[in-house]
Design a protein. Structure first.
Length: 392
């Protein structure tokens, strides 16, 4: 396969709400390209905070110019030394001055922009997708959103890097674990597990209120976000959104009494991998809340965990979503549930049947190594007919 020179701009953290430094996106989007022999210039600019403030137009307008100027300065300097074949970006609307993207395209350098969570957050890339050469999306059903905008897009599924996500064959010391941010139905499902007196450990942001912040936002930041929401979506939508959030906060307060002793706090990448390897059952919760005009609608989509956990050899019990069946055989490589009762029943069953659980975990691991590595995802992308046409 041909070696490419790539200008890459990606964040570090998998969740921008975490207090810990993370390299998750580098692990699956940067290092695999190096492994494949490509010449990748990674922009040295910390912009994870842009994602936290992605809906705050006031904040973005203040910070975008510095980022844009640095972006163009480094791209142009490096391109003069040795021309880039293409750009691989992970940006949202408002992060960068679109004229810079246009200038790069005028140099005959295609610009690809990756995004995930498009099922419920497509509004974050609705404008930039019209400027870049082509968008890369991770959820199969997101294609319709890009098609509706009349833009080019390619399905580029999430994955796990086997050089990072390693099956350590560790002793299983945790009955049930969940690693992820608190939202949607996650508190409900986990409180139901704990109510059955099942040893459960919960890791991630938003599980505990912190000082004077709500969801890691200061009150001034929250004000700016509400102001931006009113400007973009109008009064009626904003009231509906805020009412829903207040109801959600009340529900979380009730759930937290049950969850309190199981909450273990936020963890770094290394500890997360240890949790995956040390858990008898790794829980996956697929539901998200829509954050745009269909606010209040529950949706689901593929997530990083769906590939990270099986790649570590962990037994994975996931809240069912249709798309997952394209990547794993249910009941043989991973397990799933459709409601609270089925979840509890399967947790109890697999905690009692080690051989069945370990057989499924091993089969999921073998499938992941064979088909779901980050290196294979890039090889498939580079062999895509439209992608090849653009960069060759």
């Amino acid at each position: 396969m041909k070696s490419y020179r790539i200008f890459q701009v990606i964040p570090g953290a998998g969740t921008v709400l975490s207090n810990n430094v993370s390299s998750i996106w580098k692990n699956i989007l940067h290092y695999p390209l190096i492994d494949l022999g490509h010449d990748v210039y990674l922009l040295d600019y910390y912009y994870d905070t842009f994602f936290i403030n992605a809906t705050d137009d006031v904040w973005l307008s203040k910070h975008e110019p510095d980022f844009s100027n640095f972006f163009w300065k480094m791209f142009y300097a490096e391109h003069k030394i040795n021309k880039f074949d293409f750009c691989f970006l992970y940006l949202c609307d408002g992060f960068i001055n679109f004229e810079i993207i246009e200038k790069i395209k005028r140099l005959n350098v295609p610009v690809f922009n990756f995004s995930c969570n498009n099922i419920h957050q497509f509004f974050l890339v609705k404008n930039i997708c019209k400027v870049v050469t082509c968008s890369l999306y991770s959820e199969k059903h997101a294609k319709a959103k890009f098609d509706a905008e009349g833009v080019h897009s390619i399905h580029f599924q999430l994955s796990a890097n086997p050089n990072i996500y390693i099956n350590t064959l560790s002793k299983k010391t945790i009955d049930v674990s969940f690693v992820g941010t608190r939202y949607a139905n996650r508190g409900y499902f986990l409180s139901e597990i704990i109510n059955q007196h099942i040893n459960t450990e919960i890791y991630g942001p938003r599980w505990q209120k912190q000082d004077n912040s709500i969801s890691n936002l200061s009150f001034s930041d929250l004000y700016n976000r509400i102001f931006s929401m009113l400007q973009k979506n109008g009064f009626n939508y904003s009231i509906k959104f805020l009412t829903g959030r207040l109801a959600d906060l009340y529900k979380k307060k009730t759930e937290s009494k049950m969850l309190f002793d199981s909450i273990k706090g936020q963890i770094d990448d290394e500890t997360m991998l240890k949790v995956f390897n040390s858990s008898k059952i790794n829980l996956g919760l697929s539901t998200v809340n829509s954050e745009n005009t269909d606010f209040g609608t529950n949706l689901n989509h593929i997530k990083l965990r769906d590939f990270e956990i099986p790649m570590c050899g962990g037994f994975y019990l996931i809240e069912y979503l249709e798309e997952i069946e394209e990547y794993y055989i249910l009941g043989k490589e991973i397990e799933c549930f459709t409601d609270k009762d089925e979840m509890i029943d399967k947790i109890k069953f697999y905690l009692l049947h080690d051989n069945s659980r370990e057989s499924i975990a091993n089969s999921g691991y073998q499938r992941s190594i064979k088909e779901h590595t980050s290196q294979l995802r890039f090889q498939k992308l580079f062999s895509n007919t439209y992608f090849s046409k653009l960069i060759n």
